[in-house]
Ligand binder design. Structure first.
Ligand SMILES: [Zn+2]
Length: 203
């Protein structure tokens, strides 16, 4: 599977944090075979060092939930495109990546995301205030290791009220796509970073 990228010139916008004009956005359109076109942008403010990455799906705008049922090593290569407003949930291990003020877009496969969660859990070990807490974290890291090492069956749920997040499935038969009603979409959390001038360019 080859992904073509079309790079665009940098454009200047105002920083959403410090309002500086010394802010640049690099954009690219990504063409992934059999997949809607994605617009990726990276924003950097040279004054306050605010950074932001995000994806926008150019052909789909409705609230959506995807569920991928991973069962083996190949399934673990399924790629998740997480836009800043996307929520990623692993019900079996009680893990959730939610949007928030610092949420960013990324592309990673299931194994990579589990590795990231493992890294964050290990990091918490240093802050644990009791042996009991440390033991709980160690058990959680071991649980993650068993999924990562043995590719145990795991579901991954991706929800996005603006339809910008998605899943590139290793096996399309294991992907469920559920369109959400406005009521359901309103219950999803969103981050609050909005680029007005960047948005205008999409329409
Ligand atoms: Zn700034």
């Amino acid at each position: 599977m080859t992904t073509e990228e079309h790079n665009f010139e940098m454009m200047e916008v105002k920083c959403p944090v410090c309002k500086s004009a010394n802010t640049k956005i690099t954009q690219k359109i990504m063409d992934i075979p059999h997949f809607p076109q994605l617009w990726f942008f990276n924003m950097v403010c040279s004054d306050c060092h605010f950074k932001h990455n995000d994806f926008i799906n150019l052909s789909f705008k409705d609230p959506i939930r995807y569920i991928y049922h991973a069962e083996n090593k190949n399934d673990y290569t399924t790629k998740i495109i997480r836009a800043a407003n996307g929520t990623i949930i692993f019900p079996q291990i009680g893990a959730m990546i939610e949007p928030g003020p610092n949420a960013e877009g990324f592309i990673n496969n299931i194994e990579g995301i589990l590795h990231d969660i493992r890294g964050k859990a290990s990091f918490l070990l240093g802050d644990a205030s009791s042996d009991e807490e440390r033991e709980k974290i160690r058990e959680y890291v071991e649980l993650l290791d068993s999924y990562i090492d043995d590719n145990l069956p795991i579901d991954i749920v991706v929800e996005d009220p603006f339809g910008n997040s998605s899943i590139i499935p290793a096996d399309p038969n294991k992907l469920e796509t559920i369109e959400l009603s406005q009521d359901e979409a309103e219950k999803l959390k969103t981050g609050f970073i909005i680029f007005e001038s960047a948005k205008d360019n999409v329409d």
